[in-house]
Design a binder for this molecule. Structure first.
Ligand code: FE
Length: 251
């Protein structure tokens, strides 16, 4: 699916990069935030897309203008290309604290791991060339160490796996009820517990959100669609809520 500009002003730009996933890979979205010529790349993806994402970014900024690499959690569709990005840019990486040393298994050596900042469980605020980004705690949604990004300028919440859909052939949700069918299975199985989602909902209602952009699937644009999504998330049971009978030795 093609590149999409989600927000643009004289100084600030939010871009959904072209989707380069193919074959057996679960489709994944890579997002770029640019502020005054410097960039942040969110959830860069795996080996098979890294060089495509690199050349796509080069249409907007030079690779040495990439200042932030953000990793929402430890899954391969997010961190597998980490070594490539550290070698090809001077960017600083941000990753949930509990996953920092696990990413070293993707070939991040001692020298490179010094360029990674671990995000504490409480989350933190970071700066992209003077523009604030808020790293929001979203633990157990789905990973036990999981962080989302809120950009106060564009009012976009980058929600990671929350809001993921599988099988959509569109980038923006138009019919929420139809789109639900593509989200339900994913949330039922990949989200560990509804209690985490309810905690997230009460926190996230404090933010002024115009767009929710998940790492898989389609985006929720506009307050009405954003609220429909948040209202749905508040109600669902998932993971251990509905799978408590699973702990049996297989026959
Ligand atoms: Fe994941």
């Amino acid at each position: 699916m093609p590149t999409l500009t989600l927000y643009e002003s004289d100084t600030h730009k939010n871009i959904l990069l072209e989707d380069f996933t193919s074959g057996e890979m679960v489709p994944a979205n890579q997002h770029l935030i640019i502020h005054e010529g410097k960039g942040a790349l969110l959830d860069p993806g795996g080996h098979k897309v890294q060089s495509h994402v690199y050349s796509d970014i080069s249409k907007f900024i030079t690779p040495d203008a990439l200042e932030i690499l953000f990793f929402s959690h430890q899954d391969p569709d997010i961190v597998a290309s980490a070594n490539f990005w550290f070698m090809m840019t001077n960017a600083t990486g941000y990753i949930p604290a509990v996953w920092l040393r696990f990413v070293a298994h993707f070939g991040i050596d001692t020298k490179l791991i010094g360029r990674m900042i671990s995000i504490p469980d409480e989350g933190m605020r970071a700066e992209l060339n003077g523009s604030e980004l808020i790293f929001i705690p979203a633990h157990f949604i789905h990973s036990s160490g999981n962080i989302q990004v809120y950009d106060p300028v564009s009012k976009i919440l980058y929600s990671g796996d929350l809001g993921a859909a599988i099988g959509n052939d569109y980038q923006v949700v138009e019919d929420f009820d139809e789109h639900l069918k593509l989200m339900e299975g994913f949330h039922a199985r990949y989200m560990p517990v509804g209690r985490a989602l309810k905690g997230w909902v009460s926190m996230i209602r404090e933010l002024d959100i115009e767009i929710i952009a998940p790492q898989h699937g389609a985006m929720f644009i506009g307050k009405e669609m954003v609220n429909k999504f948040i209202d749905w998330i508040e109600t669902i049971d998932c993971g251990i809520d509905i799978m408590e009978d699973i702990y049996k030795i297989p026959s």
